[in-house]
Design a protein around this ligand. Structure first.
Ligand SMILES: O=C(O)CCC(=O)C(=O)O
Ligand SMILES: [Fe+2]
Length: 190
């Protein structure tokens, strides 16, 4: 990758990391059991992904990204001012997320649903293609270390809100996603 692009991506990653760790990392870190050989306070790791959706003449017969929930704790999405992402609302319809100049879309991921004992729901979403423009988007995923154990925040558990999920490691949950995909959350229900 050319050094200039590399530098821009690096700065974007550091910026997103700062934003999410400040808002979410501390909340999450109070629930995580670090792997025994590590004792740093920040238990998170991140991935920056570039998505490219070519112009598609027949949008009814192609999908940019199939319906899924993100594995992350939280995802930041930059749509670059062209819409494409849709969220599944009320188990009934797909709703377009219109881009807002200068704003990022915040997507709650599966691991946040686990940590929050179901208070924050991970959202089913997909990306559609466009018959006039080539769309590029950037997604930043914040997740746990692969060997850290993720479990729910104890103060969100009481007699009215019993624990919903078994603890998992970051890597264990990624493997579950590979095998049972959108049924991963229900497969770790208590
Ligand atoms: O490109 C988009 O609009 C969404 C991308 C996405 O959902 C993902 O990368 O997980
Ligand atoms: Fe996604």
């Amino acid at each position: 990758m050319p050094p200039r692009v590399d530098g821009v991506l690096f700065r974007a990653t550091i910026g997103c990391r700062g934003l999410t760790v400040e808002k979410v990392g501390q909340f999450y870190s109070s629930t995580v059991v670090p792997a025994s050989d590590k004792n740093e306070s920040d238990q998170t790791q991140c991935v920056l992904q570039l998505n490219s959706y070519s112009v598609c003449p027949d949008t009814d017969r192609a999908m940019g990204l199939a319906p899924h929930t993100d594995t992350s704790l939280v995802t930041l999405l930059n749509q670059c001012n062209i819409n494409g992402i849709q969220v599944y609302q009320d188990g009934a319809r797909w709703v377009v997320v219109e881009p807002v100049e200068g704003a990022l879309v915040v997507i709650v991921g599966d691991l946040m649903q686990i940590v929050s004992n179901g208070r924050f729901k991970s959202v089913l979403h997909r990306s559609v293609v466009n018959n006039t423009c080539h769309r590029v988007s950037t997604t930043f995923f914040l997740g746990p270390w692969s060997d850290a154990e993720v479990s729910l925040l104890r103060k969100l558990v009481d007699s009215a809100h019993p624990p919903l999920y078994q603890p998992v490691t970051g890597e264990g949950y990624v493997q579950l996603k590979y095998t049972v995909f959108n049924k991963a959350l229900e497969s770790i229900c208590v």
